[in-house]
Design a protein around this ligand. Structure first.
Ligand SMILES: *[C@@H]1O[C@H](CO)[C@@H](O)[C@H](O)[C@H]1NC(C)=O
Ligand SMILES: *[C@@H]1O[C@H](CO)[C@@H](O)[C@H](O)[C@H]1NC(C)=O
Ligand SMILES: *[C@@H]1O[C@H](CO)[C@@H](O)[C@H](O)[C@H]1NC(C)=O
Ligand SMILES: *[C@@H]1O[C@H](CO)[C@@H](O)[C@H](O)[C@H]1NC(C)=O
Ligand SMILES: *[C@@H]1O[C@H](CO)[C@@H](O)[C@H](O)[C@H]1NC(C)=O
Ligand SMILES: *[C@@H]1O[C@H](CO)[C@@H](O)[C@H](O)[C@H]1NC(C)=O
Length: 576
């Protein structure tokens, strides 16, 4: 009996063992084929370009030539207070907030940063409010935002008069669908689902406003609000007067807004230091230093009221306190979580036939621009580099399908500065799972602190523009030297970052994933809480560092010299 049982047992075990082996080898084969397939898709293709002719387009023409930082601020002598500077919550990049190694991390959690900030108790408010609710009874506690109802001249009327917004092209279509623009027709199967739009790079303030209208934690009770949002369309406003108008026209709405705001009781609570606004243009469009009509832009950002606020822009100034960079809008505006994970999976599986690519135009009139060198190097590496040339008047560069197709078929995407440090293209390329190559830390690393990982080498390649200018670097060779494993992990990081870099469809929003909007709101609330604590308990953290050292303080928590210092030393004469 016993023997028999043992025998049966052996037989059962035998079959179990056989099936286990079978299952394991199946799994092994599956994974190794996936790896092989993936590994093959790197650089060693015969380059059979489906795009054999160079395409043309005009890039963003609406940026200013100057990137000169304003000298408006008070140069306080704070050298004695520098020692006191400590790393705090404000504006810390995502790694600092418990971002774990990217691999194997479910998509949903890539943006699970800083839960603590969200549950910040409402009594962070100043003046301290009465304690009516327990800390856990309200999911919005510490996240309430007060949405101003502004006179329509500051927003809706600007949109109604959309024809006058841009001298060079009609913005009316771009403002359709709450600033998302016209829906994209996916004739070339480059996109997914229906959540793709021809989104203009300058409509972020409208998208943001639409989005906040649907924000779950809005309040009209100023004693409950963690931050106050001012829905002024600053970029669209100034855009109307950038060319051929005098400075009083350019400043008029900004001045009127400040006059209106400072009369509100909400403003008086904290002198506007808990207020924020979003401007979908670069900071240099709002930092005019003189009253000369030929000087560029408005002076919105240097008004004393605006200096007390947080202004979110698509490119911030490294040398100022009051502006914060948030991602340019891309073409993808999903309304369901699974649209994002499907897109990510698709970007993981793509075959990328080009080692690198560049979409853009040279800047022959811009002294020190490396655009020309980049283009020359791309042409010289034509088997491995694909160029989408944007300077010969066609419209291919403005066609989202061309641009996205290019980024989807490249391993690396070159992102040199143009008229200003940053480019929309950097975000489009990351959305396509293409690893960005930056040439100046101002193009991303000191900019999008709420959205990009602090450790830039995890998701991007840095090649100093000085080395390119000096002819010291061959981009193709440099990129080829990066080990495949490293390339793979950078791409995976980029793909995992996608949810953080896109703005969901304002009309529905996402279910659990936090997008660029959510991170921006959290960033503002974190900053305001810190200011509030400073006012209440001291010291006022904003005064801990000299304003022109803002970028160092925000990125590293101190103002010591660091690896990027050489790129930001000559700020006082950077326009010379
Ligand atoms: C700033 O303060 C330090 C120490 O308090 C002093 O040595 C230095 O001369 C001051 N610099 C200026 C420009 O006033
Ligand atoms: C506020 O509420 C919390 C939780 O309900 C309670 O522990 C605390 O004592 C209250 N504080 C005051 C000042 O009433
Ligand atoms: C705030 O007040 C406005 C106008 O009175 C109203 O339309 C809106 O629904 C209120 N919002 C909230 C969150 O109570
Ligand atoms: C500025 O231009 C507007 C119209 O374009 C004009 O009405 C106004 O008088 C000008 N202001 C100054 C100070 O020149
Ligand atoms: C800005 O805030 C400071 C306090 O931090 C306040 O003294 C000042 O009056 C405010 N400026 C304006 C224009 O409200
Ligand atoms: C940054 O990430 C790279 C890997 O991508 C790693 O080797 C390096 O140690 C990290 N640096 C820091 C300061 O964490």
């Amino acid at each position: 009996m016993e023997k028999l049982n043992v025998g049966k047992c052996h037989i059962r075990f035998f079959w179990f063992f056989i099936s286990l082996c079978f299952a394991l080898s199946f799994l092994f084969l599956y994974f190794s084929s996936v790896t092989l397939f993936d590994g093959k898709s790197r650089y060693d293709y015969p380059v059979l370009s489906p795009y054999s002719n160079l395409m043309a387009i005009s890039e963003n023409d609406a940026k200013p030539i100057t990137r000169s930082p304003a000298t408006d601020h008070v140069m306080r002598n704070q050298s004695d207070s520098i020692d006191r500077v400590t790393v705090t919550n404000e504006a810390l990049p995502m790694e600092e907030k418990g971002d774990e190694p990217v691999e194997d991390k479910p998509v949903k959690e890539t943006s699970s940063i800083d839960k603590s900030k969200r549950s910040e108790p409402a009594d962070e408010r100043l003046p301290i409010t009465e304690n009516t609710t327990g800390p856990d009874s309200d999911i919005c506690s510490g996240r309430y935002v007060y949405l101003y109802d502004l006179p329509s001249r500051f927003n809706d009327e600007i949109i109604k008069d959309c024809r006058s917004i841009n001298l060079w092209y009609d913005m009316c279509r771009a403002l359709e669908n709450g600033g998302l623009g016209p829906q994209l027709v996916d004739t070339e199967k480059v996109f997914s689902h229906k959540s793709w739009y021809v989104t203009d790079q300058f409509t972020l303030e409208v998208i943001f406003h639409e989005r906040i209208k649907h924000y779950k934690c809005l309040t009209n009770d100023s004693s409950l609000a963690s931050a106050f949002y001012v829905p002024f369309y600053a970029g669209l406003d100034v855009s109307r007067y950038l060319w051929g108008f005098n400075t009083s026209m350019r400043d008029s709405a900004a001045l009127a807004l400040m006059k209106w705001l400072t009369k509100r009781d909400e403003w008086k609570l904290m002198w506007g230091r808990d207020h924020f606004l979003v401007a979908g243009r670069i900071t240099w469009d709002f930092r005019r230093l003189t009253e000369e009509d030929q000087d560029w832009g408005s002076k919105l950002m240097i008004l004393p009221e605006a200096k007390n606020m947080s202004v979110l822009v698509i490119e911030s100034s490294p040398w100022h306190r009051n502006d914060f960079a948030i991602p340019y809008p891309t073409y993808f505006h999903p309304s369901r979580d699974n649209e994002i994970s499907q897109w990510q999976n698709r970007m993981r599986r793509l075959k990328r036939r080009f080692l690198f690519c560049f979409a853009g135009a040279p800047r022959p009139n811009l002294k020190g621009s490396i655009r020309g060198d980049i283009i020359d190097q791309c042409i010289a590496s034509r088997r491995r580099c694909r160029l989408l040339s944007c300077d010969s008047g066609g419209n291919k560069c403005q066609k989202p399908s061309h641009v996205m197709k290019l980024f989807q078929s490249s391993v690396f995407c070159l992102q040199p500065s143009g008229d200003s440090y940053t480019r929309k293209s950097a975000f489009d390329s990351m959305l396509a799972g293409c690893i960005p190559v930056f040439f100046h830390p101002g193009s991303a690393y000191v900019q999008y602190l709420w959205h990009l990982p602090k450790n830039y080498s995890r998701y991007s390649v840095f090649i100093s523009e000085n080395d390119v200018k000096a002819g010291k670097v061959n981009i193709e060779e440099r990129l080829l030297r990066i080990p495949r494993d490293k390339v793979k992990s950078m791409r995976e990081k980029v793909i995992q970052m996608i949810p953080r870099l896109i703005y969901a469809d304002p009309r529905s929003g996402l279910q659990t994933i936090e997008d660029a909007f959510d991170l921006a709101v959290q960033g503002v609330i974190g900053r305001v809480n810190k200011i509030r604590r400073g006012i209440r308990d001291g010291p006022d953290s904003e005064m801990d560092y000299r304003e022109d050292e803002s970028w160092k303080y925000r990125l590293f928590g101190n103002v010591e010299r660091n690896e990027w210092s050489p790129f930001f030393t000559n700020w006082k004469d950077s326009d010379s």
